[in-house]
Design a protein around this ligand. Structure first.
Ligand code: PAF
Length: 283
């Protein structure tokens, strides 16, 4: 696996593969890789012939009081994991390579319809940072296909909408959430949990599943389902940003005829803010 820090070299490599007729799959990450990221690379392997991963902790998607400075950075381990997973090229740019004029005044890509709700309400500017950096990475890498985890369900929706509206020639593939044996969704932020908090954290997935089961069974009292989920988690010691049932396609409030729904939550536990979701089809 080759490690590259400049956009020009990434582009040269990918254009070379395209000239050979190879389909190029891309997995953008912020590094500090865990088995959840490896599952994204495995998904990429089913959709492409050459594999690029980026490692870039994107300052634009962190709020002023968030963990940008302390976000875990483990480039050596990341390099080893990507290489073992069969990645061909790792793109690890400096901030100045991505934001040559600074991230504060950079040109931005915004998806207002989906970026202000749910997580966007609690993390103002977050999704604008995500859509901007992903648009830039797509222009640099020029992949045929890009893989994103369903764990960040709203991020996936924002990126799909951006790609559709800006006519970007990239196929977006969603990869299922990788979970620890007790159900906790894998996340770099899990390492902020103390042992006692880690023992409590699987309650998030269990509570989402309980809500999804009610929806699946035909219960359409969404306000009551949301209240029960919120209370169950708050009673267990979490501080909740939201616990919501939404339409999977556009994260809007469920219309009576909507079949594909998703239950989403953001729950704070100690220093960590954990997000997770469960998709549910109702007949
Ligand atoms: O999901 C992430 O790790 C990030 O939001 C992404 C997509 C790499 C953009 O920085």
């Amino acid at each position: 696996m080759e490690t590259v820090t400049t956009s020009a070299v990434v582009r040269e490599r990918v254009r070379g593969w395209h000239r050979e007729g190879r389909r190029v799959a891309f997995v953008p990450t912020m590094g500090n890789l865990h088995p959840g990221h490896v599952s994204l690379i495995e998904a990429a392997r089913r959709h492409g012939e050459r594999f690029v991963a980026s490692i870039f902790v994107n300052p634009m998607q962190f709020g002023p009081n968030e963990d940008f400075a302390h976000y875990p950075r483990t480039p050596r381990e990341d390099q080893r994991m990507l290489s073992t997973a069969g990645c061909d090229l790792m793109f690890m740019p400096e901030v100045a390579e991505i934001y040559p004029y600074g991230s504060e005044r950079a040109t931005r890509v915004d998806v207002p319809g989906l970026s202000r709700i749910l997580d966007g309400e609690f993390r103002p500017g977050h999704f604008e940072g995500v859509s901007t950096v992903v648009a830039k990475l797509f222009h640099i890498v020029e992949p045929d296909v890009a893989v994103f985890g369903e764990k960040d369900f709203q991020q996936l929706a924002v990126i799909r909408r951006m790609v559709a509206e800006l006519c970007m020639p990239v196929e977006i593939v969603a990869a299922p959430t990788a979970r620890d044996a007790d159900g906790l969704a894998m996340s770099s932020r899990n390492q902020y949990l103390t042992p006692a908090e880690r023992a409590l954290a699987p309650k998030i997935y269990a509570t989402l599943q309980a809500a999804a089961n009610r929806v699946r069974a035909g219960d359409a009292e969404f306000a009551s389902i949301e209240r029960s989920g919120l209370q169950a988690l708050e009673n267990a010691g979490f501080r909740l940003d939201y616990f919501c049932v939404r339409q999977a396609a556009d994260l809007g409030a469920p219309a009576p005829e909507a079949r594909e729904l998703v239950v989403l939550t953001a729950a704070r536990l100690g220093r960590a803010r954990l997000i997770d979701n469960v998709q549910v089809s109702r007949s």
